[in-house]
Design a protein around this ligand. Sequence first.
Ligand SMILES: [Zn+2]
Length: 247
Amino acid sequence: MLSGLNGRLSNRLARHFRAAPHRLPAHAPMVSFTFDDAPDSAAGEGAALLESHDGRGTFYIAGSLINQPGDHWHGLSNEAIVRLHRAGHEIGCHTFSHSRAVDLDESAMAREIERNRSHFRGIDSSIRLENFAYPYGLASVWRKPQLAKIFRSARGILPGVNNDVIDLQFLRASPLVNCEIDTDGVDRYFDEAVASGGWLIFYGHDVVDAPSPYGCTPALLRHALMAAASRNMPIVTVAEALRRIGA
Ligand SMILES: [Zn+2]
C-alpha cells in the first residue's frame, strides 16, 4: 500500500522526484514571509508589521483551525482572514484538517482541498487558494503530482534560498522562528539571496513577545523586514513572486 511508505522516506523522495523545475530570471532577489495554520497574532501584529514595511504575506490556512484554541495560540478568525485578503495578503491552502500529506490517499487529499476551498468561498467568494503548504512541512512523493495539478506551488520547510533552477512543487522555506534562528542567521539568508539573486521564503506561526517553539517575536520579524529594506529586496506574497518569475 502506498500509505505504508514511511513518511520520512516519502518526504525525502518528494524532494527529488516529480519536480516542477523553473529557472529564475537573472538576479531578482526577493523575499516572501509566510505564516502557517495560522495564529491570530500572525494576522494581527505579523500582518501589521509587514504592511508598515510595504509588504504583504502569504497565510497558509487549515480551515479546521480557524478560531480554535490550541496548545500554543488561538487560531485566527474568519473576519481576520477577510481583512488579510482585502489588504492584499494571500490566503493559501494547508489542507482543511491539518493532516500530513503522507497520511492522505488521493481521494482523501482531494476532499481536504475541496473542503478548505468551500470554507473560504463561504466567507469571501473572491478568495482563491492558489498555493499550498504541506502540514508539518512533510511532503509526499505520492501527493506531489496530485497537488501539482491543482496548485501553482507547494512549500515545505526545507531551509535555504530558492535559486537558479527551483522546484515549484517543493519550495524551500527557512524558519523565522526564534528557537531556530537569530538575527545573524536571518542576515545570512538575506546575503545569500542577494548573492544568488534568489527567492527567500520564511515560514513561521505566531508573532508575539513570548513566542511558541514555532513562532517569532515582533523584534525578529522587524529585523527581517529591515534586512529586506536595506538590501532593496521586495517583500511579496508567494503568488506575486510566482508572477515575477514568470511561473
Ligand atoms: Zn501547519
